[in-house]
Design a binder for this molecule. Structure first.
Ligand code: FE
Length: 247
């Protein structure tokens, strides 16, 4: 398991954990991000049931988990949120931010409405210990109700499944050769991103912001010039029409 600090300034930081060589190989190797501000924590896309113990154990080496006050989930998939009931067992006061349209589905896995903060379709702001984080609409990319997270101080965008890649074992946490990396993203984006209209809308939202890193829920992180490279690549990719032999 690799843990890296992506950003730190004063009491504000981002940490990523990924590349779990010990995981059950039947599951996707997901990335998990922890934002800290003034000693309080926000976990992004906590992952599946299968990941829970490794994510909780690893992050607890770096941060007091009792100080994680909220979890953000970008969409409804099991690899994104099936660990939620376990996180809630560990801390019944946790607040869960999620797209409004998924609330009545996620209650099926035992998450109580009182813990949920439903984010409207137009997105909004999430406040962590007085620090404002933007929730940006990313609908149909791929889920019909889907959000990205933008931290204006750190200039980091958490993109959920957008920019995700199915990588060989032991691949670096960061993209180092963009052109080579596209082979691991292309089939997934063609198959799972639902529409070119939605794609262009999301790209326009991202381009309005100053982004130094795009962090997907699995795959590798884009930083520096690879951010613009990724947006251009996605812009030129036809999505939402291929389904044959594509995962
Ligand atoms: Fe997904």
């Amino acid at each position: 398991m690799h843990v890296e600090q992506l950003y730190k300034k004063n009491t504000h930081s981002w940490m990523v954990m990924g590349r779990d060589a010990e995981r059950n190989k039947d599951i996707i190797d997901t990335n998990h991000y922890l934002i800290q501000h003034n000693g309080r924590g926000l976990l992004l896309d906590p992952g599946g049931i299968e990941n829970f113990s490794s994510v909780a154990t690893e992050f607890s080496k770096h941060f007091e988990l009792a100080n994680v006050e909220a979890i953000f989930v970008s969409h409804q998939d099991p690899n994104v949120l099936s660990s939620l009931p376990l996180w809630m067992q560990a801390n019944p006061d946790l607040i869960v931010y999620m797209p409004k349209s998924w609330v009545n589905y996620v209650t099926h896995i035992g998450i109580k409405l009182e813990n949920i903060r439903a984010v409207p379709d137009e997105g909004g702001t999430l406040t962590l210990a007085g620090y404002d984080i933007e929730l940006v609409p990313a609908h149909y990319m791929h889920s019909p109700a889907n959000l990205s997270v933008y931290d204006p101080g750190a200039k980091i965008l958490f993109s959920g499944d957008i920019g995700a890649a199915l990588l060989p074992e032991a691949y670096d946490l960061f993209v180092s050769d963009f052109d080579d990396h596209t082979q691991y993203m292309e089939a997934f984006h063609r198959r799972w991103m639902a529409s070119n209209t939605a794609k262009m809308r999301w790209i326009a939202e991202v381009r309005k912001r100053d982004v130094e890193m795009i962090c997907p829920q699995y795959g590798a992180i884009f930083k520096g010039e690879d951010v613009a490279r990724f947006l251009s690549w996605l812009e030129n990719l036809d999505v939402g029409s291929a389904w044959s032999n594509v995962r």
